[in-house]
Design a binder for this molecule. Structure first.
Ligand code: URA
Length: 175
């Protein structure tokens, strides 16, 4: 299930250049969920192609995980103005699309606070929940949510990088 071209289910349609749909393998066992498209994603129409995407790509490659074996998406499919956090009503409007992307995955990786909040209502500091396993109900089917750091948090923070690296290793064991 995807948003219609020209979707106006929330106010984010006003500032977007394009809707940024998931990329990767539609049949992937694992789905990575980020926050929202940034400027480059909005321009190119694909998630995680900007600075944090480059870091994610590098870490995946270092751990021997092929990005194309995953499904990568965001809690909302349109860029919030000025890259502000997506609002609850924007996440709620996009939720049916997100849930359809999570169906039948063995695991869902929440990249950062917004994804943790949107997917499982997690509000704890990342350091307390990183790489835990949280049961996640997706339309009546249980999967597992793995909270971890957003790649943007890893640019300057070694401890975040190590947390995300541990997540990538766990993901590798599931593919
Ligand atoms: N940050 C995100 O959360 N998602 C993207 O697609 C790019 C940057």
């Amino acid at each position: 299930m995807e948003p219609e071209e020209g979707c106006r289910l929330c106010g984010l349609h006003q500032g977007r250049s394009r809707i940024v749909l998931a990329s990767g393998d539609p049949a992937a066992r694992v789905c990575l969920v980020g926050e929202a498209p940034g400027e480059k994603e909005d321009r190119e129409g694909s998630p995680f192609v900007g600075r944090s995407g480059k870091l994610l790509d590098r870490m995946l490659a270092e751990e021997g995980v092929d990005r194309s074996s995953l499904l990568i998406t965001n809690t909302v499919k349109c860029r919030p103005p000025g890259n502000r956090d997506p609002r609850p009503e924007e996440m709620a409007a996009c939720r049916p699309f997100l849930l359809s992307e999570l169906a039948e995955r063995d695991a869902v990786v929440a990249l950062g606070r917004s994804a943790c909040r949107a997917l499982a209502g997690l509000e704890a500091p990342m350091k307390d929940i990183v790489n835990s396993r949280v049961p996640l109900d997706v339309d009546g089917n249980e999967t597992v949510l793995i909270p971890t750091y957003h790649p943007a948090a890893c640019i300057y923070r070694k401890e975040a990088r190590e947390g995300l690296r541990e997540t990538i290793r766990a993901v590798k064991g599931m593919l």
